[in-house]
Design a protein around this ligand. Structure first.
Ligand code: SAH
Length: 218
């Protein structure tokens, strides 16, 4: 069961979480404000109520996790979202990252490969507050060619390599933030498609994500 109440205690814990995330180096005030405003405990089973505002990943079923708030903030900050940016997210999971993107002004297109998680998210009433998020069941390696091109692409699962089709769906000048690696640890990379079509790659810190897997799961 999902919790439905957002109490003063929850709000206080969110402010502490913002301090923690800021202390780890996040400086983008819009991102910090999104974390202060979005009730993360709504995205988890009520069994996690006591711990929902710890800066950790938690299980959301189907062997998947809601990302650590610091990781969500880090990726969102790297993406440099501007108002009305069209952002493609791979790995909807709990939809927490999608709501943070929407809160910083993005029009979000998010894809989940696991049917159960997709259905669970569709039934999550709180998300009605975010009409700028569109949910898709599909394989993120394919992207969404009919809805592209996108200003930004964010991958929230460990990618074995940078998917070529997702580069193609980026606008010239567009950016992708993607954790790349096949072991337990991945390197966060930011890929910029320069206007001439040349691709620039920057490498950032190491993170640990669940794997990005090819194909849909029913
Ligand atoms: N952004 C999520 C993090 C979820 S974990 C959140 O905020 O909660 C990563 C998710 O990526 C999992 O739900 C997993 O099922 C999904 N995933 C893995 N490979 C995928 C693919 N090829 N296409 C779409 N989703 C994928």
């Amino acid at each position: 069961m999902r919790p439905v109440e957002d109490t003063y205690r929850h709000k206080g814990l969110r402010r502490k979480l913002v301090d923690t995330v800021r202390g780890k180096g996040i400086t983008d005030e819009r991102v910090l404000e999104a974390i202060a405003n979005i009730p993360r405990h709504f995205f988890l089973d009520s069994a996690f109520d006591e711990v929902a505002y710890e800066d950790r990943a938690f299980p959301i079923g189907e062997g998947q996790t809601i990302s650590q708030p610091y990781t969500v903030a880090y990726q969102t900050q790297l993406l440099g979202v501007k108002n009305f940016d069209k952002v493609l997210e791979i790995g909807t999971g709990s939809a927490y990252q999608a709501t943070v993107l929407a809160a910083v002004g993005a029009q979000v297109f998010t894809i989940e490969r696991q049917k159960k998680l997709f259905e669970n998210t569709r039934a999550f009433a709180y998300l009605k507050k975010f009409p700028s998020i569109k949910f898709f069941y599909g394989d993120g390696f394919e992207g969404l060619p009919t809805y592209g091109p996108f200003d930004k692409v964010i991958i929230t699962a460990a990618a074995p390599h940078v998917p070529e089709k997702l580069i193609q769906q980026l606008k010239p000048g567009g950016m992708m933030v993607i954790p790349v690696g096949i072991g337990d640890v991945q390197q966060m990379r930011r890929i910029t498609k320069l206007p001439e079509g040349v691709v620039k790659e920057e490498v950032f810190d190491n993170f640990s994500f669940v794997p990005m897997i090819e194909g849909k799961r029913s």
